[in-house]
Design a protein around this ligand. Structure first.
Ligand SMILES: NC(=O)c1ccc[n+]([C@@H]2O[C@H](COP(=O)([O-])OP(=O)(O)OC[C@H]3O[C@@H](n4cnc5c(N)ncnc54)[C@H](OP(=O)(O)O)[C@@H]3O)[C@@H](O)[C@H]2O)c1
Length: 219
């Protein structure tokens, strides 16, 4: 997936910000479909919490948050702060600004606060944009605590690309893991999502077209 992403951006000239926009918008559309599937619930009456990591998975989450706000939901996002002496990458920074400008209330979370706990429990759904294909090893530190808070919410969880904590290649977990009801895989379903141990953690699986050239996806 990393190679497909790199080729799309560097060899085919598709801007990374465009891929992130396509990913987040498609996640928002799937979220609406999923939450309104019973025919009586409406997104505009809902409160959604988006939990974002500091990488591109979190960037996808910020874009999804902005589109869900545009569809009429009340949306709040929490994002892990950048590492000390560094900043978010260009696409994440741009989408942080756009989300704020669109009226999404975005909080930088340096700990799991009472506010985050209350908010996730009182939301209609929570979006897991913490860890995607850039995950390595057991979720540690604040990442681990945020995963636990998402699971404690007892609300429908929509995971972007991979339920955080699930190994993208094997489908096994080595520590805490998000238990998703819907997983929106970006571009292709990662191998781990299809493995037997992942079935209960992935929930419904949808594969989203975010504009990768078709010949890169089919070897
Ligand atoms: N071009 C695009 O915009 C595009 C295209 C396709 C997909 N995507 C999305 O981007 C995702 C990949 O983005 P990415 O490569 O930036 O990686 P990521 O999945 O967003 O994760 C990277 C972040 O996770 C942290 N991390 C990794 N393992 C951890 C652990 N065990 N415990 C705590 N923190 C951990 C890293 O922390 P450190 O900084 O401390 O290392 C890093 O900040 C995909 O899954 C997909 O959602 C974006």
């Amino acid at each position: 997936m990393a190679e497909i992403d790199r080729s799309a951006i560097e060899k085919r000239g598709i801007p990374a910000i465009e891929l992130m926009e396509n990913a987040g918008r498609a996640v928002a559309e799937e979220t609406v479909r999923f939450l309104e599937r019973d025919g009586s619930s409406r997104l505009r009456d809902m409160m959604i919490t988006v939990c974002c990591g500091r990488g591109n998975n979190g960037g996808d989450g910020l874009v999804a948050a902005r589109h869900l706000k545009r569809y009429g939901a009340e949306v709040q996002a929490f994002i892990l702060p950048p590492k000390r002496d560094s900043n978010y990458n260009r696409e994440v920074s741009a989408n942080l600004k756009s989300a704020n400008e669109a009226g999404v209330s975005v909080h930088e979370a340096s700990e799991v606060t009472e506010e985050l706990e209350v908010r996730t429990r009182s939301s209609h759904a929570v979006i897991d944009a913490l860890l995607g294909t850039g995950a390595s090893g057991k979720p540690a530190g604040l990442m681990r605590k945020m995963i636990q808070a998402i699971n404690r919410s007892n609300k429908p969880v929509i995971a972007i690309d991979i339920p955080s904590g699930l190994h993208p290649d094997t489908g096994y977990r080595s520590g805490v893991v998000v238990e998703a009801d819907l997983t929106c895989a970006i571009g292709l379903a990662k191998k781990g999502l299809l493995a037997a141990p992942a079935k209960k953690l992935v929930g419904e699986l949808r594969v989203l077209d975010i504009g990768f050239p078709k010949d890169l996806l089919i070897p």
